[in-house]
Each structure stands twice: as C-alpha cells, then as structure tokens.
Design a protein around this ligand. Structure first.
Ligand SMILES: [Zn+2]
Length: 303
C-alpha cells in the first residue's frame, strides 16, 4: 500500500494483552486546525477502514494546513475476530468515552483515542454497516449548544454534504456533548453495506471528508451545495426474543408505516410473528442476517 509508510504501530497495553495500533500523524506545511479521523471502531465495518487508508495515502502526498491524525483500525481485537465489539471484554468501543488507562481492554483503548480527540477541532468517525446489516449512507451530527462546535455541523447541513443527515440534540454527558465542552465537533459518517460496492462506499466517505476538510480549513475550496434530507429523530424496532429473522425483500430508500419488515420465528419453528414498521421514515440501518438475539435492532428509522 505504501512505500515508507507514514503509519506508526503504537503499542497499547490493554491489560491482558498488548496490541499494535496503527496511527498516521500528518502535519501540514501551514498552521491550521487538527482533525482526528478514526475507522474500525466497529471491527467489521470495512468501507471506513478502506477510506481511512486512502486518506492517509492522499495527504502524505498532498499539502494541507494543520494536522491530520488518522487511526485506520481502532478496534484491533474486533477486527481480528471480524466483529463490531471488542471480544476481550464484550464492549463496543463506540460507546466508551473517555475510557480509562487502568480500565478494561476497551476502556484502555479509548483512553488513547480520547486523548488525541481532546486536542482536536473535530473527531470524524468512519462507520458503515456491520457484516450483518444494511445502511443508507448518512452523516450523524449533533446539536450541542456550543456555538463554535455546532458551526461545522450547520455548515455540513447548509452545503448538503450527505444525501441524508441526522442532526440530533446531544445528550448531556454523552460523547458528543463531552467533546463539545473540549471544543471538538464529533461527526459519525455511515457509508458501507452488505449490498453495495466497498470501493463506492469508501469513495463516498472520501468525498464527505474532502468537504469537511474544506469547511474546517485544512484544504482550500468550497463544497458544491446539494439537496439533503435532514432528520432530527431516530426510532428503533428491536427483537423481543431470540430466534430466527427472515427480513422481507423491500425497498429501503423510504419506509411507510405498516410496511412488513420481516418475520420472527422461535428456534423450534413456531411462534411466527410478522414485524411491521410502526412509523414512516428513512431507514438508517437494519438487520439483514438470520440470527436473532433479544434486543437486536431490526430497523433504525430516521424522521
Ligand atoms: Zn459502526
């Protein structure tokens, strides 16, 4: 991939084991803002990981202003086990913030990432569907009440950077609000799905990143203004029991209330239950594979 890689492998002690975390710390020739880009927080989301390596390659060769720190695979244990969570402690890195240097494996891992993000103007987190899911590409932004931090989110909405944008109120104490207090805008980018081409999904991530870097001032230029659908609320349909999930073959671009989403069956083959959409909206992500565990999200619907 690289001749003389700009990526260093930093040893991180997770308690039971030590991992090598790939980090590219690129410094531009002019002063400017700091952008932290992470991928593979969910260890089985490959479009974001692909885009992160391409981003490093691009800005190792091109000039920019400020500092660009890219961690292309955060959840190394999850990546190795091909799953979203960290199998060392069964925690999801995306839900841990700010972590603890003497905590569980995932808490120790996030302590490293959080300390990088605390110095940054923006933490841009690349996601997509896990290997069991479908996703409609969208940017997930937060209204934090901190003017400087929210300005970037509002610019991204103004220019219609993504075809779908979820602009949610940041809940007190959770990651987006806690980062806002440190002057850092937290952005989640979702592109990548079982049904779509990895290279297309990675290219979309890179296009969104280019626009974000322009708006932040790391690179010159102004994004082209496009139409976007802005949602402010997300609702979930979850599995009430373990069993089998047979998703219906439906158009996931928009779902109307009452649409049949699929059928749940118990493992003994009985208890068939048809699951229908309880409201209308834009599907953000949904489950596409058969194994069903109580609490699994069958559909996340933006409105
Ligand atoms: Zn994810």
């Amino acid at each position: 991939m690289f001749k003389g890689s700009p990526i260093r492998l930093q040893r991180v002690d997770l308690g039971d084991t030590t991992i090598e975390l790939p980090i590219a710390d690129l410094v531009g020739l002019r002063p400017g803002p700091t952008l932290v880009v992470t991928a593979g927080m969910d260890g089985d989301e490959y479009a974001g990981i692909t885009a992160a390596y391409q981003l490093i390659e691009r800005y190792t060769a091109l000039d920019f202003a400020g500092r660009l720190i890219v961690i292309p695979v955060v959840n190394i244990p999850g990546f190795q086990a091909e799953c979203s969570h960290n199998p060392l402690d069964d925690k999801f890195p995306k839900y841990i913030f700010p972590g603890r240097v003497d905590g569980s494996p995932t808490e120790r891992l996030l302590a490293v990432i959080s300390s990088l993000a605390s110095e940054a103007d923006c933490w841009y987190d690349l996601h997509g569907a896990a290997i069991t899911e479908g996703v409609n590409p969208y940017l997930w932004l937060h209204n934090t009440g901190v003017a400087k931090v929210d300005a970037l989110a509002r610019d991204l909405i103004h220019y219609g950077i993504a075809e779908n944008i979820l602009y949610e109120r940041a809940h007190f104490g959770l990651k987006p609000a806690a980062l806002a207090k440190q002057g850092c805008t937290y952005i989640v980018a979702e592109s990548g799905s079982r049904r779509t081409e990895l290279s297309d999904d990675a290219a979309r991530h890179l296009a969104w990143l280019t626009s974000t870097m322009q708006l932040l001032g790391l690179i010159d230029g102004t994004p082209e203004r496009k139409e976007t659908r802005v949602m402010t609320h997300v609702s979930f349909i979850t599995a009430a029991s373990d069993g089998l999930w047979q998703p219906a073959d439906i158009d996931y671009s928009f779902i109307k209330q009452g649409t049949t989403l699929g059928q749940v069956t118990r493992l003994d083959g009985t208890g068939e239950k048809i699951i229908r959409a309880i409201s209308s909206g834009t599907p953000l992500w949904w489950k596409e594979t058969m194994r069903l565990k109580k609490g699994d999200i069958l559909l996340a619907l933006g409105s």
